[in-house]
Write a protein that binds this ligand. Structure first.
Ligand code: IPM
Ligand code: MN
Length: 353
């Protein structure tokens, strides 16, 4: 029997609660689909940092590299200055494990409420491929005259041809394999970012012309993309974009697919170890109450199964989630589901075939 080695990083706030349900569903799916999961827990997060003063042990990246995949809950603690844990854990893992793709499906399941009037599952079904190691997230920049009236602060949007091209190639391949319309939209701001996004534009067209003549190429500025995501989400199939724009438009995407309770993503290194996570944060105000929605974490586990080649398990989890959202949950919002966090996990686990 095939055994997948999974590192579990529950993290902060509601992370441990939702991760427990994702693991429950993963084990149910494994049991039904002829594979096993060997789990190892890691305690990285705010509590550990406050106790030990260490954000991430130096051994962490090396330790995680031996796993087949990583399941992450949430990173972010109310008693820790913003940025320390996010940069020191989440971004460090993404960068050092070279997870250069952040794959974020925006899919409205049947029976789930969307704030978009007259739009349903037919209209809201696209995927964002977010570059995950460069751009404004590169950490380059600095202060001059910090704290003085003439202070200067810069944050460099660093784009490398190699980094942009590998992201574009992944997006083209993804569109070829999964796209409904075989259409890839480049989301950028090339009317203003005339260096950084000119590089994206040239690479998009060169790579497209050379190797992906079968894929329809489309372009939208990021501001217009926000508008179309609300007005005509059905125009989109696969979108590819830089790190910062991808961060922003996928929160909008999460809202139109039913909220942070359901939105999941994968930090993917196609040649290495990938990490799957709910895209929402640690939700400190709901911590420990058993009211947070675990479906986003469960959907992250679903994406992880697909990535590991456990296609039947991935399909079974998605089917179970659809049944639960359509027939059982009153709402996807924390505290309004009509069930507790662990009851939602039980419902999905019970339905996984
Ligand atoms: C996300 C989050 C992170 C990001 C933060 C916590 C660093 O917002 O995964 O979208 O900006 O990438
Ligand atoms: Mn974000």
């Amino acid at each position: 029997m095939k055994a997948h080695k999974i590192a579990v990083v529950p993290g902060d706030g509601t992370g441990p609660e939702v991760t427990a349900e994702a693991v429950k569903v993963l084990q149910a799916a494994a049991g039904k689909n002829g594979f096993t999961v060997e789990l190892a827990q890691f305690d990285f997060g705010g509590e550990r940092y406050l106790k030990t003063g260490e954000v991430l042990p130096d051994s962490a990246v090396g330790d995680l590299r031996v796993f087949d995949a990583i399941l992450l809950g949430a990173i972010g603690h109310p008693d820790v200055e913003p940025g320390i844990l996010e940069k020191g854990i989440l971004l460090r893992l993404r960068f050092e494990l070279d997870q250069y793709i952040n794959l974020r499906p925006v899919k409205l399941f049947p029976g789930v409420d969307t704030p978009l009037k007259d739009k349903g599952p037919e209209e809201i079904d696209f995927v964002v491929v977010r570059e995950n190691t460069e751009g404004l997230y590169s950490g380059m920049g600095g202060f001059q005259y910090r704290g003085m009236p003439n202070e200067v602060a810069t944050q460099i949007m660093c784009n490398t041809r190699a980094g942009v091209e590998r992201c574009l190639r992944y997006a083209f391949d993804y569109t070829r394999e999964h796209g409904k319309k075989k259409q890839l939209t480049l989301v950028a701001k090339r009317n203003v970012l005339t260096y950084a996004h000119d590089l994206w534009w040239r690479a998009f067209n060169e790579v497209g012309d050379a190797d992906y003549a079968d894929i329809k190429r489309d372009y939208a500025h990021v501001d217009a993309t926000c508008m179309w995501m609300v007005k005509n989400p059905e125009w989109f199939d696969v979108l590819v974009t830089c790190n910062m724009f991808g961060d922003i438009i996928t929160d909008l995407g999460a809202m139109i697919q039913g909220g942070m309770g359901i939105a999941a993503g994968g930090n993917i290194n196609p040649e290495g170890v990938s990490m799957f996570e709910p895209i929402g944060g640690s939700a400190p105000k709901y911590t420990g109450q058993g009211v947070i929605n675990p479906l986003a974490a469960i959907c992250a586990a679903q994406m992880m199964c697909a990535h590991l080649g456990e296609t039947a398990a991935a399909e079974a989890i998605e089917k179970a989630v659809i049944t639960v959202t359509r027939d059982r949950l009153k709402s996807l919002s924390a505290g309004k589901m009509g069930y507790s966090t662990s009851e939602v996990g039980d419902l999905v686990a019970g339905l996984v075939g």
